[in-house]
Design a protein around this ligand. Structure first.
Ligand code: C2O
Ligand code: CU
Ligand code: CU
Length: 512
């Protein structure tokens, strides 16, 4: 392997696993240079994903229905693009449930191929996690149910089919899952959904000349787009009516990392990370967000004074060398949404000085330490095998995971079922934006990041959870592994399946 160049390694791999995936062909040509300058054209009002309809049964369980389907959308003004969506032609409704509430879903697949629905960031039983083991065949139905038991947070849902996640998300399958709780309800934060509490699903796309999604020629980090699409449209502006606006930002891109900033460089406050509130609002001017990560920020508006939320060149190039930074979008400036406040703004409550205390997991109490080396499309030298269990944590114990990107590519690291804490980065305490609960963390080349994790409540000797790079091409290429959470002393009995055949709906649907 030492004599194989990175590029030929990719092409070699691509010949086999990508063959079945129409959207991903071997990377042979240079990526397009993403737009370096903002277009300055904000022509359409930002769509707000509707809140999902639900009904509560006699037992108090809240029921939702999601159907993955095909359709056409106006991602670009005046052009029709074939897209995929949940309950519509693009993205999905925003699911909202309270901590302590039992939720149940009817998931139907009206796509021409198998998909899954994964609850990213959710603490959920493995059989309902919606990973590659819970494939839903076309025409089939899947009915996961669990009780929400975690702090208020901005989570999301998206497909996770073995080897095709990038394509499914890129075509439009993604939605937000907001968890509410009493703690957050009791804090003065903008919380009027769609008015001063604004979801932003940020994605990058490329289009062919006739307006179709261009799925050709992925870069080494996947389908890097030159057009930013926010909540499903390009060129979005948001009319603002209040002094403070809370933005719940999801990086729903497959490969692009954003370095969020405002066009006038104004300060904003970080109030929540992936898993919920941070301990206190943190003043920032820049906020990096890699694929899959979320952040909630609160920004003050000035009446009549427009400002653009954009991504600016990454500080320190995201830890990449100059060429890689340019190649993978880290030097781009791209606009995400223009905020257009009215001349006279309605009052907002002042932000409190503290939010929610973070109960640190003491590394000294950890019973197990594990090491993860990220390189090429591998973790610890191995690619994903749905029949290989990499390790099995014991429920209700704390573990320390040391993650090292030994590559010169950007990668990140996501773990299912839990929210973790960053203990340190190269021995130093994490910066403010990595100090709260996280389920996905950017891993710059050369750095060593230690995570503290605690798996609780749900055990299953049969069905695993995933950990992986959330750059979706990397994930699809096998930069993923699996673990079981076990009762003390339990023996793993991993489900076996054909390595190429996806699971049927039945695998995920049993039990209760
Ligand atoms: Cu958002 Cu395993 O993924
Ligand atoms: Cu996940
Ligand atoms: Cu990666």
């Amino acid at each position: 392997m030492t004599h194989i160049s990175r590029r030929s390694f990719l092409i070699g791999l691509a010949a086999v696993p990508l063959a079945a995936s129409a959207g991903c062909v071997a990377a042979q040509s240079s990526p397009p240079a993403p737009g370096a300058a903002p277009t300055g054209k904000f022509t359409r009002a930002l769509p707000i994903p509707p809140l999902a309809d639900s009904t509560v049964d006699a037992a108090g369980t809240r029921h939702f229905a999601l159907t993955a389907r095909t359709g056409n959308s106006e991602l670009l003004a005046g052009k029709s693009t074939a897209t995929w969506g949940f309950n519509g032609s693009l993205l999905g409704p925003t699911i909202r449930a309270r901590r302590g509430e039992a939720v149940a879903f009817t998931i139907e697949n009206a796509l021409p191929e198998p998909t899954t629905v994964h609850w990213h960031g959710m603490h959920v039983p493995a059989r309902y996690d919606g990973g590659p083991h819970q494939a839903v065949e076309p025409g089939a139905r899947w009915e996961p149910t669990w009780t929400v038991n975690q702090p208020a947070a901005t989570l999301w849902y998206h497909p996770h089919p073995h080897g095709s996640t990038e394509k499914h998300v890129y075509r439009g399958l993604a939605g937000l899952f907001l968890v509410d709780d009493d703690v957050t309800d009791g804090i003065d934060l903008p919380k009027n959904y769609g008015v001063d509490d604004i979801p932003l699903i940020v994605q990058d796309k490329r289009f062919t000349s006739d307006g179709a999604l261009d799925e050709s020629d992925p870069t080494d980090v996947g389908l890097l787009g030159d057009t930013i699409v926010t909540n499903g449209i390009s060129g979005a502006y948001l009319p603002v009516t209040t002094e403070l606006v809370r933005l719940r930002i999801l990086n729903g891109s497959g490969g692009r990392t954003y370095n969020l900033a405002f066009s006038d460089d104004r300060e904003f406050r970080l109030v929540a990370t992936d898993g919920g509130l941070v301990s206190e609002p943190t003043a920032l001017r820049r906020l990096p967000l890699s694929p899959g990560e979320r952040a909630e920020i609160v920004v003050a508006m000035r009446g009549g004074s427009d400002v653009v939320l954009r991504s600016v060149p990454a500080d320190d190039h995201g830890g990449l060398d100059r060429a890689a930074a340019a190649r993978f979008g880290f030097t781009d400036t791209v606009d995400i949404v223009e905020l257009r406040p009215e001349r006279t703004l309605g009052p907002s409550p002042g932000l409190p000085s503290t939010l929610a205390p973070i109960a640190r997991l003491a590394p000294s109490t950890a019973v197990t330490e594990r090491d993860f080396e990220l390189q090429w499309f591998m973790i610890n030298g191995a690619r994903m095998d749905m029949n290989r269990i990499d390790f099995s944590p014991t429920v209700d114990t704390t573990e320390i995971w040391t993650v090292r990107n030994v590559d010169n590519w950007p990668h990140n690291f996501h773990v299912h079922d839990v929210q973790f804490l960053v203990v340190d980065i190269d021995g130093s305490p994490p910066p403010a934006h990595l100090s709260g609960w996280k389920d996905t963390v950017y891993t710059p080349p050369g750095q060593q990041i230690r995570l503290a994790l605690r798996f609780t409540e749900y055990t299953d000797p049969t069905i695993p959870y995933m950990f992986h790079c959330h750059l979706l091409l990397h994930e699809d290429q096998g930069m993923m592994g699996q673990f079981l959470v076990l009762e003390p002393g339990a023996t793993p009995r991993p489900m076996q399946m054909g390595t190429s055949a996806p699971a049927t709906a039945g695998h995920g649907g049993h039990g209760g």
